[in-house]
Design a protein around this ligand. Structure first.
Ligand code: GLV
Ligand code: MN
Ligand code: MN
Length: 417
């Protein structure tokens, strides 16, 4: 089949698949597909089916990563791989494109290369990582770390919000912990990785460009905070005799927001806050909340995290509550491969003219994969820069352009390597 016709056919299938995955959710009213949920299992089954249909050898691993290998190289299954993909889990009340678009683009690239019968020296691999958002365990990149051979044994003890650990989840799923820990990395230093992802910001739209490239990704950390007081009767306990953790937690949230407002480059967010027992006539006994903190480089992030911790401790010390701060996640910033970024930028130039180079404030599996093999990212325009929001939207035309650019980049990388 002629290349452009193969791109058209694959882009059309991709649009249908986006629609189906948008409806593959734990909740009818909003999109939510969390690691190990029934909806994630259903999505994984769709992905496996689509990968199989292209003739890929398909794998579904203990952590629920889905990946397919297309033997496009004449040198057999161990020839260097060009991996293309992203994550298929979502946040709560998610948009339909974050991660999912990159996963479907990976499958579509394999379809186009196969249908247009383009000869390659590399094998092609489509990746669907199981947990980038870290909704269940507050630690991101579980799936990509596992495929990169960077799974950390201590993660088995990470609890979800109900106290069930990752290790317990795996045992309940009849997985062998020994086998998980001895897993051979599928992503190797001789490979390379291309991740296409919606920009999740407004820069491309403002520049009237469908596509750009990410050159680096900001450092990020997450923490879980507990502020523990004493529950009591709302009607009988005077202020002086209360140990109410909620006003203390509010002062902490304000300190976190003050840090966020204090400089343009810092991002500080309290996205989850739980008040227990959460009853109108009961003084709260406990408040738990999360902190998501980001800065372009790791040293700068460390400095701001330390400053914030000092401030939160000062607030706690000035009250009667018990206070606990637990760091649940840390990721250094990532500088993406200049060679892969250039190949992607040249591909963008071919399909749309000049490509913008952007630093990503959002986290991506590429941060993990970049530690193992040359990695870079294609950024795709999304409407009003909106993401982690149900109105997230990428036009069909931009999805098609992204597919065209990725196919072009694969051909460049295959020839250049
Ligand atoms: C992932 O989407 C993140 O940046 O939180
Ligand atoms: Mn996301
Ligand atoms: Mn994402």
């Amino acid at each position: 089949m002629e290349l452009d016709l193969a791109v058209d056919a694959a882009a059309e299938r991709m649009e249908e698949r986006l629609g189906l995955l948008k409806r593959t959710s734990e909740h009818k009213a909003w999109l939510q597909r969390t690691l190990f949920s029934a909806s994630a299992e259903t999505a994984a089954n769709h992905l496996r089916r689509w990968m199989k249909a292209t003739g890929m050898e398909v794998h579904y691993d203990a952590l629920t990563n889905v990946y397919g290998l297309a033997q496009t190289s004449p040198d057999g299954p161990d020839a260097p791989r060009i991996h293309i993909g992203s994550h298929y889990d979502t946040v709560i009340n998610a948009g339909a494109y974050d991660g999912t678009l990159g996963v479907l683009l990976g499958i579509a690239v394999v379809e186009v290369i196969r249908e247009a019968r383009l000869p390659l020296r590399h094998n092609l691999s489509a990746l669907a990582f199981c947990d980038e958002e870290g909704v269940r365990f507050q630690t991101t990149f579980l799936g990509s770390a596992y495929l990169c051979g960077r799974f950390d044994q201590s993660w088995l003890d990470k609890p979800d919000e109900f106290g069930k650990t990752l290790g317990e989840w795996l045992v309940d799923r009849a997985e062998s912990i020994d086998a998980v820990l001895q897993n051979e990395p599928y992503i190797r230093p001789s490979d390379c990785f291309l991740e296409a992802h919606i920009e999740q910001g407004p820069v491309l739209e403002a520049a009237d460009k469908a596509l750009g490239v990410f050159t680096e990704i900001a450092a990020q950390t997450r923490a879980e905070v507990e502020v523990i007081g004493r529950a009591g009767h709302a009607g009988t306990t005077p202020g002086s005799l209360r140990c109410d953790p909620l006003p203390v937690a509010c002062r902490m949230v304000q300190a976190i927001d003050a840090l966020c407002q204090s400089e343009e480059a810092v991002r500080a967010t309290v996205g989850r806050l739980e008040v227990s027992p959460n009853a109108s006539n009961v003084i709260p006994g406990k408040v738990r909340f999360t902190i998501d903190l980001r800065y372009p480089d790791a040293a700068g992030l460390r400095a701001r995290r330390d400053r914030l911790q000092t401030e939160l401790q000062r607030i706690a010390d000035g009250s009667k509550v018990e206070y606990r701060y637990r760091e649940a996640h840390w990721a250094d910033d990532a500088i993406l491969s200049p060679a892969i970024t250039d190949a992607l930028a040249e591909a963008c130039e071919c399909v749309q003219g000049e490509a913008l180079r952007i630093c990503s404030g959002a986290g991506h599996d590429s941060m993990m994969v970049a530690r193992v093999c040359p990695t870079s990212m294609l950024a795709v325009r999304c409407r009003e820069g909106l993401s982690h929001h149900p109105d997230e939207f990428v036009s069909e035309a931009d999805c098609r352009l992204a597919l065209k650019a990725l196919v072009d980049a694969v051909i460049r990388l295959d020839r250049g390597a």
